[in-house]
Design a protein around this ligand. Structure first.
Ligand SMILES: Nc1ncnc2c1ncn2[C@@H]1O[C@H](COP(=O)(O)OP(=O)(O)O)[C@@H](O)[C@H]1O
Ligand SMILES: [Mg+2]
Length: 679
């Protein structure tokens, strides 16, 4: 049969083109058509996984291993402690300097739950293998590609296998493995598998040898770890740099964030094809049972109602529903009113913790943070959080490493070329690449910062010494690619980000206006004081020299002080030094526009205020139905109008902050961490 057909097709070709070029027949093409394994695909397309250049590859390897370590510890209920070690790998006697080196050994150790022996090869040497893909629960990893892709990159660039040590308890032995991927089959090849002695009682150590480049600055491993520390104050991080330095990021919250719960998919977010597959795979025997047990927020009553709308028997067998009835069922689901998904599957960082993280890692004068109520995109619940750190650190002007003029005198604002920096997070993981493709960045650009007293050119970032923090927490973060660098631009997501940024902006505006007002009051007071001397002298002359001059002077000075905003002005302007010699830091909490650095449970460094017993409101899982989500944050902080120092009467004036004095952290461009020092 095939032959004549083939012949006729050849004839047609010959007729159409008198001078035939070398052509390929369907049979020949067919002979070449074969399956492509995921590993082969990603070997060729490694840029999709974040391995496009050596510098980024180094970061991606660290990131995948650290993300896994943190996920594993949190899921097992263990306070995470992670050690990252970067070493130059070289066969030469004198290894090159880290900045010149092209090959590195990356080691990441956690003291988490460990991995059972049988799973180790598959986890580290099989793409698309993991525990997180098939469930809807907030976690850093989701695709099951991360660490195995890093291993594949190592194999591709240096030919070295991934080395793993893992131990699940003090009673069981530690196992050592060396594995690589068989890219044709996407299956692990085991080179070494033995029991070893390991000092650690529990945990996992991964070592990868890769082609990479080490360079500090933007989007570096150093920056990534600094940003991890900001958004994860419950994590202890130790980082051994290739230069031989050890940076330590101590834990400042001694409690794990609440465990996010796993949820079932919400019917509104499901695509038709997925529903068909679910109908086929379900364990339920009836359609009504399927609806109420495989989806979230579908009660038996709602299931009956959906069946009625779809004109389908509730007792029909799910497997028999396809074609037109399935379509009717899908439409009926969309037409039925169903409660929004529960949000206890998300564990946001929380305002206090963000404030604390920003305050610890970034020097500035003003900090604020906002956690939005949960919202939904495509049936997936999510929470947006935003934060701001504004201003130059007191004394930074004198720092030779920061020759930039301080923003002390109001007018320097507009001339300042420096643009704000956006730090982005998804499920507590810093995103360092593809900023302009990210919904968070677009939302920052779209926010009218001028309304809040911050300069901004059209279509540009706001200007000024400012860090903008944005976090999206969700059961499924819609990344624009597998390398998880940017959040896709869903309208619902962008709207939420903007609302959070606007609230932060409003609070910043209050702070800036108030400071401006304080400055003008201070100038006024200086003028009064010049005249007081004269006035006292004149009065004394009128009274024939019998006036108690000192008393009058004091009284007049008191009036001048009172009329020009009192001591609060001094405090706002940082004129009054704290005992430790640091001018005041002003920190804004949701409760008002003034406040201390938040005291967090177990924070040994903030001894001033009584510790808050538990991470407050939003750290506790937000367990409200979305439809009834609290609007609590709105307007609470921003005064109605004309913010004056006077308004703050009830609350603490921006007061000397003991914790501020202890603040050891530096700006981002400097090392953000405390150098290791034994106390
Ligand atoms: N350090 C670790 N400790 C315990 N389990 C781990 C560790 N690293 C990886 N795993 C397990 O291996 C799986 C695969 O990891 P990975 O390839 O990074 O994919 P993903 O994190 O997206 O699930 C994870 O889902 C987790 O179950
Ligand atoms: Mg992972």
């Amino acid at each position: 049969m095939a032959k004549p057909m083939l012949k006729s097709s050849e004839d047609t070709v010959a007729e159409a083109a008198p001078k035939p070029r070398a052509t390929v027949t369907a049979v020949e093409m067919g002979a070449r058509q074969r399956e492509i394994s995921v590993s082969e695909f990603f070997t060729k397309n490694r840029h999709l996984l974040g391995f496009d250049n050596p510098r980024k590859a180094l970061l991606t390897c660290v990131k995948e291993a650290v993300d896994n370590a943190l996920d594993a510890c949190e899921e097992a209920g263990i306070l995470p402690e992670v050690e990252v070690k970067l070493e130059v790998a070289s066969d030469e006697k004198t290894p090159p300097a880290p900045s010149q080196a092209t090959r590195f050994r990356v080691t990441v150790i956690d003291y988490g739950p460990g991995i059972v022996r049988q799973q180790i090869p598959k986890i580290f040497a099989k793409l698309l293998y993991g525990s997180k893909f098939h469930r809807l629960r907030m976690s850093r990893g989701q695709q099951g590609i991360g660490i195995s892709a890093a291993g594949m990159y190592a194999q591709l660039t240096t030919g070295k296998p991934v080395q793993i040590i893992s131990r699940t308890s003090a009673k069981s032995p530690a196992h050592y493995f060396e594995v690589q991927i068989d890219t044709k089959k996407n299956e692990p090849r085991i080179f070494e598998n033995k029991q070893i002695e390991w000092e650690s009682h529990r945990g996992t150590q991964v070592t990868l040898e890769i082609d990479g480049r080490y360079q500090k600055g933007r989007a570096s491993v150093d920056e990534y770890l600094e940003q991890v520390a900001i958004a994860n104050p419950h994590v202890k991080l130790v980082y051994h740099t290739p230069d031989g330095e050890t940076k330590e990021y101590p834990r400042t919250i001694q409690e794990l964030p609440p465990q996010p719960r796993e949820i079932k998919p919400h019917p509104y977010g499901i695509e038709f094809g997925i529903m068909l597959r679910m109908l086929h795979d379900t364990k339920s025997h009836t359609v009504a049972g399927f609806l109420s047990s495989d989806f979230s927020r579908v009660s038996p009553a709602v299931a009956q109602q959906i069946c009625k709308t779809a004109k389908l028997s509730p007792d029909a067998k799910p497997r028999n529903v396809h074609g037109a009835p399935a379509e009717a069922l899908y439409k009926a689901i969309q037409a039925t009113k169903i409660m929004a998904p529960p949000s206890n599957c998300i564990s946001p960082i929380g305002e206090k913790a963000i404030l604390h993280g920003l305050y610890k890692q970034i020097k500035g004068e003003f900090y604020t943070a906002v956690t939005r109520p949960p919202a939904v995109y495509r049936g997936n619940p999510f929470v947006i959080e935003a934060g701001l750190a504004y201003g130059n650190a007191p004394g930074q002007a004198a720092d030779p490493e920061h020759p930039k003029a301080p923003l002390a005198e109001g007018e320097s604002h507009d001339e300042d070329e420096e643009l704000a920096r956006v730090i982005r997070y998804a499920n507590r993981v810093p995103l360092l690449y593809q900023q302009s493709a990210c919904a968070t960045f677009k939302a920052v650009l779209e926010t009218s910062w001028r309304n809040y007293g911050v300069a901004q050119s059209r279509g540009a970032l706001p200007a000024g010494p400012m860090f903008v923090f944005v976090h999206m927490a969700s059961v499924w973060v819609p990344f624009t690619s597998e390398s998880k660098e940017a959040i896709a631009d869903y309208d619902e997501i962008r709207k939420e980000i903007k609302l959070a940024l606007q609230e932060c902006g409003r609070r910043l505006g209050v702070f800036l206006r108030r400071r401006e007002h304080a400055k003008s009051e201070f100038r006024r007071r200086n003028i009064f004081e010049l005249y007081i001397e004269e006035v006292v002298e004149a009065c004394n002359r009128l009274k024939g020299g019998k006036l108690p001059k000192e008393k009058l002077k004091q009284q007049l000075q008191k009036i001048a002080l009172k009329r020009t905003g009192g001591e609060k002005v001094d405090a706002l302007l940082g004129k009054k030094k704290s005992p430790e010699g640091l001018p005041d830091s002003i920190i804004v909490t949701p409760e008002g526009v003034e406040g201390d650095a938040p005291a967090l449970p177990g924070d040994e460094r903030s001894e001033a205020a009584p510790a808050v017993e538990a991470p407050p409101a939003q750290e506790a899982l937000i367990d409200v139905e979305l439809s009834k989500a609290p609007k609590a944050l709105k307007g609470k902080a921003a005064p109605k109008k004309g913010p004056r120092a006077k308004r703050s009467g009830k609350k603490n004036p921006a007061k000397v902050n003991a914790a501020a004095a202890k603040q050891m952290s530096l700006g981002f461009d400097k090392a953000g961490a405390k150098k290791k020092k034994k106390k």
